[in-house]
Design a binder for this molecule. Structure first.
Ligand code: HEM
Length: 227
């Protein structure tokens, strides 16, 4: 087992499994964020954000999520360094893919670094005020006091540069996923000649739906939800 995880395919396996785990996080995150588009003054979004902040979820999930990001970044770095040393940047350039998928497949590490930079800003925007400095205001919904996470998001998206940053970050995520999604399924072995093509198409659709949905949330908050 130890030998498997220290081999190239073992490292790629860990990078793929952690990537698929992060995909499931992104799906949950996006589902909750879509509540930002309801015309209810942020009530549903605040209730969902409050549920996710419950100690059992917060202390159970957050360390696992952080570990998922760490494993993904560490193994991506090791593999990229090994690939660059062994074969140069053309290591990924194979197969019959569309231009943007081919571009993404060659630039996965740069896209990943862009995501990490976006995430750093993103965590400063929300995670730090909500969980570290307690800088968010409170609101009472159904008799329960909770953070007004909606007010924080709504205030952030009053600024056009912030909206643009989130659109760039979300489209960067989309490009990263156009390659990462199907490639991960292939690496973990859920793929044969028929499913390789299917995962590829599912992955590209998934990537752009996620990227465009996150972008639209930021844009519509700016255009329609400012008082
Ligand atoms: C419209 C765009 C987005 C909005 C409004 C948004 C909103 C939020 C909020 C409010 C939190 C804080 C949750 C809490 O600590 O209670 C959060 C956390 C987080 N977001 Fe986003 N997000 C957006 C896009 C993204 C994207 C594209 C990614 C992925 C690359 C992402 C990854 C994360 C991560 C990793 C956390 C920390 C999760 C935790 O530890 O609880 N977000 N986001």
């Amino acid at each position: 087992m130890g030998t498997f995880f220290s081999s190239s395919i073992g490292k790629k396996f860990l990078m793929s499994i952690s990537g698929l785990f992060l995909v499931s996080f992104i799906l949950i995150h996006l589902s909750i964020n879509l509540l930002l588009l309801l015309p209810d003054g942020g009530e549903a979004f605040n209730l969902a954000a409050n549920f996710m902040a419950k100690p059992i979820i917060k202390f159970g999930l957050q360390p696992v999520l952080a570990a998922g990001f760490l494993v993904h970044i560490i193994y991506a770095t090791i593999l990229t360094m090994q690939n660059n040393k062994a074969r140069g940047n053309s290591a990924y350039a194979s197969g019959n893919k569309t231009k943007e998928v081919l571009w993404a497949s060659k630039n996965m590490y740069v896209l990943g670094l862009t995501m990490a930079a976006f995430l750093a800003v993103h965590l400063m925007d929300y995670w730090v005020p909500l969980q570290i400095t307690h800088g968010a205001e409170s609101i009472v919904i159904d008799g329960e006091e909770m953070h007004n996470t909606y007010a924080l998001v709504n205030a952030a998206f009053a600024s056009l540069p912030r909206v643009i940053l989130y659109i760039v970050g979300s489209l960067g995520l989309a490009l990263h996923l156009t390659h990462g999604f199907w490639s991960a399924f292939q690496t973990v072995g859920f793929s044969n000649n028929i499913w390789r093509k299917r995962w590829y198409h599912i992955g590209v659709c998934f990537a752009w739906v996620v990227g465009i949905a996150f972008s639209l949330i930021a844009l519509l908050q700016f255009l329609l939800f400012q008082s």
